[in-house]
Ligand binder design. Structure first.
Ligand code: SF4
Length: 382
């Protein structure tokens, strides 16, 4: 099989960073498509965006020919993400959707991330290992009780505790084995009231037991699906990040995403924390891809959404009628997108995630902030 070589993922090469599009094309560009490939999962996490819509049988998908054609039409495509449900749960979905997608990406030199709970038998993951650039897993389990309760929080008929614990062990050993075999496993932890007291323990498990290549840290924002979990105040988020930086293993890449900390907010502590983040070894801050470089496509309906904006916008289009590049350009021109799409080159900042703005800066006009920043730093945008 012919394929294009990709540079390995590293702190210098994060293909999901939307700023790469600014560097390369001079403006926000569609470079990432996320596919929801199944509604099935063996777990029902309280914090899972699709936790309450999970079904027992997947409907028929759209023809793969159409889906791949829509990808062919994106010359700037750099990454795809595969999400669910649990993408490796249904053998039919693996065969008919996941494998065609990852093989397509492999041949085109496109990076692939899979979002998995890693609790299924190891063989399933080994089978696709060569096609996966990032195996992304959520680790929000301060204690095993948390896994048992929150990991199945949205399930009506609860499995026995022993079965839940077996899945926990499977997740840890799978991550360890896949990492040992060279897979880039990235564990994400949300900052919230449930994880905050246990962050050191979670980090330890991610780094030493699971041997993950990266630990991602994202504050949790109050979207509907997360309503049962408690959100940290802005002050708590900052102090939690501050102490995590002091206690982390500096040899492991720690990626911070969707942070509510911006250079334009005139807060002294923010600026100190930003400097600390920027000077810490093996730490990166990522601009949020949602709304800036990414669209989500549902392979069953063809519906297109902007993840995280879904509550505001609903479905914005459908791939049965529209090209994704056209949908993305329409999205960028929408008033909602325009309201938060600011850009300060000096800080390589692309503005706040919508949930961040709504939660912590509801009254802030980031377009005004942008103007002030540009005047302050004498910047002219391309
Ligand atoms: S890009 Fe937006 S959020 Fe970032 S520093 Fe500039 S004005 Fe603030």
């Amino acid at each position: 099989m012919s394929h294009l070589r990709k540079s390995p993922i590293s702190i210098q090469n994060d293909p999901w960073e939307a700023y790469l599009d600014i560097d390369k094309h001079g403006h926000l560009t569609l470079s990432n498509v996320e596919f929801t490939t199944t509604n099935l999962c063996n777990m029902r996490c309280s914090h899972c965006a699709v936790g309450y819509t999970l079904q027992t049988k997947d409907p028929n998908t759209l023809p793969m020919k159409l889906i791949l054609q829509r990808l062919d039409e994106i010359p700037t495509l750099r990454t795809i993400s595969i999400t669910g449900g649990e993408p490796m749960f249904s053998k039919k979905s693996i065969r008919e959707v996941v494998k065609p997608l990852i093989k397509y990406a492999y041949q085109r030199g496109i990076y692939v991330q899979m979002n998995s709970n890693l609790t299924l038998p190891l063989d399933r993951y080994l089978d696709i290992a060569e096609y996966i650039d990032v195996m992304h897993i959520s680790h929000n389990w301060g204690t095993r009780d948390t896994f048992a309760n929150i990991g199945f929080g949205a399930m009506q008929k609860q499995p026995p505790l022993k079965a839940k614990m077996q899945l926990y062990e499977q997740m840890i050993t799978n991550a360890n084995h896949l990492s040992e075999q060279g897979m880039f496993v990235s564990a994400e932890t949300m900052l919230n009231k449930s994880t905050q007291p246990h962050l050191e323990k979670i980090h330890h498990e991610v780094v030493y037991d699971m041997k993950c290549s990266r630990h991602e840290i994202h504050p949790m924002y109050p979207a509907d699906f997360a309503s049962q979990l408690e959100v940290l105040s802005l002050r708590e988020i900052k102090s939690t990040i501050d102490s995590l930086l002091d206690r982390r293993d500096p040899n492991t890449w720690m990626l911070f995403g969707t942070l509510p900390i911006f250079p334009c907010i005139g807060d002294e502590y923010d600026q100190q924390l930003l400097s600390k983040l920027q000077s810490a070894p093996n730490v990166t801050l990522r601009n949020d891809p949602d709304g800036r470089s990414r669209l989500n496509v549902n392979v069953f309906t063809g519906d297109v959404i902007v993840t995280d904006f879904g509550d505001e916008t609903g479905t914005i289009s459908n791939i049965q009628s529209d090209k994704l590049t056209d949908v993305f350009n329409q999205w960028l021109n929408s008033s909602l997108s325009q309201s938060i799409n600011c850009h300060c080159p000096k800080f390589k900042c692309l503005g706040p995630n919508l949930l961040v703005k709504n939660m912590y800066y509801p009254d802030k006009n980031f377009k005004v902030q942008e103007q002030l920043m540009h005047e302050k730093y004498h910047q002219v945008l391309m």
